[in-house]
Design a protein around this ligand. Structure first.
Ligand code: UD1
Length: 313
């Protein structure tokens, strides 16, 4: 039974992780300002304490960390929209980088006995550098304030391990999909948007020809990876790609979804998005060496997601 903090725990990944940890009997504290996350994502359980707060509230965060002495800390809070970071670089920097460095500093200053801090970085750090598949050692080319802050925070977190002996690990998420992903913005994950369109017979705007390739990874596989990376019997430091290791074009994903649902997605073809990356997929051998075995291909993941969407309808 561990005492766990999840910043951004009302968001897509954080709330799914909370569900899993509660089923193990862990106690979870969630800090989320609900700017992206949804209160209904938070598990309804006596094992959860929820604070509607921004991680940039230094006094609050310091107090929370010192009082609770968490075993595990998952740093998932952040402004996830790249477009938002381009529009508000300084504000999003305070959240996506500075607040995380402050938390690490609180742990250092108070010598808090944390067993592991896990920071959520992004495949965005690779930018449009063309070498594929992406390895953790591939060239980094962050092209937006979002990607720069993710990369810098990742380095800070790893450095706090190397310099001060605070156990940390960072993950670079590829394209995650599944229950609780919020489809409300045009910059939401494409599968959450398509799911919405198929369910409600809405028109989907496809940017480009649909031949762009992504490494789509189902949320349950991601949660397995996160639990693996914080297991005490496995020494994990540094940064790990978290993905499926499979390549799927948007067109193939749509085809698979249509086969599964028996529906036809109405598509409106639009110009390619500025700055869109044509091919993105991961080499997951570093994580596989620790025993990570993603179990969902795109058909299996979409099937499970679609079943969830239709629950109670
Ligand atoms: C993802 C991340 C982003 C990160 C980038 C870098 C998500 C939600 N976004 O973007 O934060 O910077 O990786 O690796 O995980 N598309 C449409 N119609 C839509 C929405 C999207 O055609 O309504 C297209 C996009 O133009 C893109 C593809 O679908 O080509 C995937 O889009 P998206 O899910 O936003 O992911 P990434 O672009 O990979």
């Amino acid at each position: 039974m561990s005492n766990v903090l999840i910043t951004g725990g009302a968001g897509f990944v954080g709330s799914n992780l909370a569900d899993r940890l509660i089923s193990q009997g862990d106690h979870i504290t969630i800090v989320d300002d609900l700017s992206m996350g949804l209160v209904e994502n938070i598990p309804d359980s006596d094992l959860v304490d929820f604070y509607e707060e921004s991680i940039t509230n230094k006094e609050f965060m310091e107090d929370l960390l010192v009082k609770n002495q968490f075993d595990y800390i998952y740093l998932f809070a952040g402004v996830a929209s790249v477009a938002d970071s381009v529009g508000r670089p300084y504000e999003t920097h305070q959240i996506n980088q500075e607040a995380n460095v402050f938390l690490m500093e609180v742990i250092r200053k108070h010598k808090l006995p944390v067993k592991k801090v896990l920071f959520a970085s992004s495949a965005a750090v690779y930018g449009d550098e063309p070498t594929l598949p992406k390895k953790e050692t591939s060239r980094i080319k962050p092209l937006t304030p979002y990607a720069i802050d993710k990369f810098a925070s990742e380095r800070y977190v790893i450095d706090y391990d190397q310099l001060y002996g605070i156990p940390t690990v960072a993950v670079r998420f590829f394209n995650i999909y599944g229950p609780k992903q919020n489809p409300s913005s045009p910059y939401s994950g494409v599968i959450s948007i398509i799911t919405d369109c198929i369910r409600d017979n809405k028109i989907f705007n496809l940017y480009g020809d649909g031949n762009q390739v992504r490494d789509f990874v189902y949320i349950d596989d991601v949660i397995d990876a996160l639990i693996l990376l914080t297991r005490e019997d496995i020494a994990t430091h540094g940064v790990y790609n978290v993905a499926s290791g499979l390549q799927t074009s948007i067109n193939d994903m749509i085809q698979a979804y249509e086969n599964l649902t028996g529906k036809t997605l109405q598509i409106d073809y639009q110009a390619e998005r500025q700055g869109d990356i044509k091919y993105s997929y991961a080499d997951i051998s570093k994580l596989s060496k620790l025993g990570y075995r993603p179990v969902y291909n795109i058909e299996q993941g979409l099937k499970k997601y679609w079943e969830y969407i239709n629950q109670g309808m």
